[in-house]
Design a protein around this ligand. Sequence first.
Ligand code: HEM
Length: 398
Amino acid sequence: MTANYTEADYNHHSPEIAQDPYSFLAAVRGKCPLGHSNELGGFYFPTTYEGVKRVFAEYKTFSSADGAGLPDQLVRLLPVDLDPPSHTRWRRVLNRFFTQEAAEADRPRIQGLADELIDAFAARGNADLVNELTRPFLAMTTLPVLGVPLSDRQMLSEKLLWMVHHRLNDHDGWVQRYGEIAAYLTNLVAERRTATERRDDLLQCLIEEEFDGRMLTDTEGYQVLILALFGALDSTSSAMSGSLYHLGEHPEDKARLLSGEVPWAGAIEEFLRFTTPIQTLRRTTSKETELDGGLVPEGSFVLAINGAANRDPAKFPEPDKCIISRDARDHMSFGTGAHICIGRHYARVMIDICLKTVLRRIGDYRIEDGFQPDYTASEARALKTLPVVFTPAAAPVG
Ligand code: HEM
């Protein structure tokens, strides 16, 4: 077959594209659905659901071993930068901290955190649900699971979120923060090795268990922790704030959820599809391959754009509408295949508790007049703020 693709300079770090990546991607899908961008060193990107799914699923052709970020992160992130079979052995060790059972058993603690955060503003009648609820809620839920002290939440959130969103526009600032986080996390691993008290968290596992037949170095421990922190500090907050934005604009959907007309579990999958908190992951081709009607040479970067898969009308009719009663279970927000998000069960429990608690406590909230949504750019796309107003302490506490 002949080389064929649509030239389109997609760049997920562009603040303009971050506001609306979907119309750009739809325009490419309408031509040859394999896109090629000259940005960020050049890469190919499929725009159909099936094309994106193949990139995630076929690790022998689309390898993660050369890194999953575009542009590259400064350090290797583990286990995301590994291919099976080594990756499979790593996941076997890590999975137990993030099982559905573990997430479900943690519900009482997570519920307490949601109530505590809402208590702080319920009587006020207004709030920024991103900065006062979804971001701190996510961090307070996940840091103890990882074994990272909650007292360092503010510092870690500031540095890591800055790093996620300023990778291209301030290289020196990025390198400096990487150094600070590396020193902090490597020290945390080293400290735990000498601690007398044992804990049941990810950090303990990193110093006690064998990964692929050997113990980890402090640096490798840090490379696992920093990836988990990226996952733990941003993505789920984006799903929760995006869902709350939709419900604030669509009181009829609040009512359908509260009455039981639409089951929560299905609606949460649709919220995940619609918000697509992680927009892109990178792979490198190990051989020439056909993809979305075009040909990708060996050694090329391919960007799997989760958001492209989630808005393919052939898979999800009327993809730009959030339809809470649709069956969205096959969405690509957590990726698929070997690297499917390890934190997805926790993410679903957090979203479930957060949305239900908001509707119970400040259920008549609406989006502040004149609000213009503003989204962060990079792999992670999230609302920067979500100002709402509601009847002060309208609902009973508890
Ligand atoms: C709505 C929330 C979330 C979304 C949309 C999301 C998305 C993703 C995606 C798309 C991947 C696949 C990466 C790849 O294929 O290269 C992934 C992997 C991962 N996620 Fe999440 N994530 C979320 C929540 C979380 C949470 C809460 C944690 C940790 C507590 C987490 C930790 C991880 C880790 C460690 C990996 C790497 C897994 C591997 O390489 O095997 N994520 N996530």
